[in-house]
Design a protein around this ligand. Structure first.
Ligand code: SAH
Ligand code: DHB
Ligand code: MG
Length: 273
């Protein structure tokens, strides 16, 4: 099977240097911790079994096992790349996580900030029951166009509305139109503005709404209180708003994988907003 061969390729590729090190220092055969090799415990652990290659191999392993190929999602990735969009969409296993969370939440109305080529959009929209709707906001006309084509190819044109414009302009429009409450809100646009998105997300929520924010770890930079990076400042301020708001119950999950080292915030609205 092609996927098995691909798995083996990734696993072999990332284990190769580790095997060599293991032979050199003759650790017990069953050991998967190569940290006692010549590099010393900490450095070797990072070099051996905590590399981006290893994370990517594990992503491929789980994706091949648990995330069945979906022609529309594959086509969306291809069309997005062909159009020159940056490959910054969620990983397949992360897309499936979003879908599972939407299904577990029983989401019928979903709002997304930051569409790119519609990859996460398709994952989320596939979680909707009949009659469910998703609105996704995108400021870049080219992204919106690629996303609309990808969404149509996935058979979701009637379910998903791609709104072109800046999220901060469209959010008040959604409120004015009486849209929402949304059951799930995925915040994945310009992270520097996350603190500005928070009050609008709450206005468009109900008790029980799940708010998910992507890219909140930023290779660990989130812990740097004096960072000059506006994205780091944005996610930190957003986290502080969540922490201070008694209507919210939140946590964050660090992720490693094909998308490097990052993470999600998961926040549940636990009181009437
Ligand atoms: N959710 C996508 C990835 C989104 S990348 C996925 O995982 O598949 C972030 C997107 O947000 C980019 O397409 C960018 O153009 C868009 N964006 C950035 N700032 C924005 C803003 N102020 N309003 C709306 N969209 C914005
Ligand atoms: C990047 C990654 C993302 O998931 C995103 O939404 C925006 C940017 C990045 O790696 O630059
Ligand atoms: Mg993202």
């Amino acid at each position: 099977m092609a996927s098995e061969a691909r798995n083996r390729f990734w696993i072999e590729r990332c284990l190769m240097p580790c095997k060599k090190r293991r032979r050199r220092c003759a650790l017990p055969a069953q050991s998967i911790n190569f940290s006692l090799c010549s590099l010393g415990p900490f450095a070797a652990k990072i070099a051996g079994n905590m590399t981006p290659e290893q994370w990517t191999a594990v992503d491929h392993y789980f994706a091949n096992l648990l995330v069945p190929p979906d022609p529309a999602l594959e086509a969306a990735l291809q069309a997005s790349a062909a159009a020159g969009l940056p490959p910054i969409q969620v990983a397949p296993n992360q897309g499936k996580l979003l879908q599972l969370l939407a299904q577990a939440r029983g989401a019928r109305q979903i709002l997304e900030l930051g569409t790119l080529g519609g990859y996460s959009t398709i994952w989320l929209a596939r979680a909707l029951p009949a009659g469910g709707r998703l609105i996704t906001l995108e400021m870049d006309p080219k992204c919106a166009e690629v996303a609309r084509a990808n969404i149509a190819r996935a058979g979701l044109a009637a379910v998903v509305e791609v709104r072109l414009g800046r999220a901060l302009d469209i959010l008040p429009q959604l409120v004015a139109e009486g849209r929402g409450p949304f059951d799930l809100i995925f915040i994945d646009a310009d992270k520097s503005r996350n603190p500005d998105y928070f009050p609008w997300a709450l206005k468009l929520s109900r008790r029980g709404t799940l708010i998910i924010a992507d890219n909140v770890v930023r290779k660990g930079a989130v812990t740097n209180a004096t960072s000059n990076d506006p994205n780091v400042q944005g996610v930190r301020r957003f986290n502080e708003l969540l922490a201070a708001d008694p209507r919210m119950s939140a946590t964050a999950i660090q992720t490693v994988g094909s998308k490097g080292y990052d993470g999600f915030v998961l926040a549940l609205v636990i009181a009437d907003p």
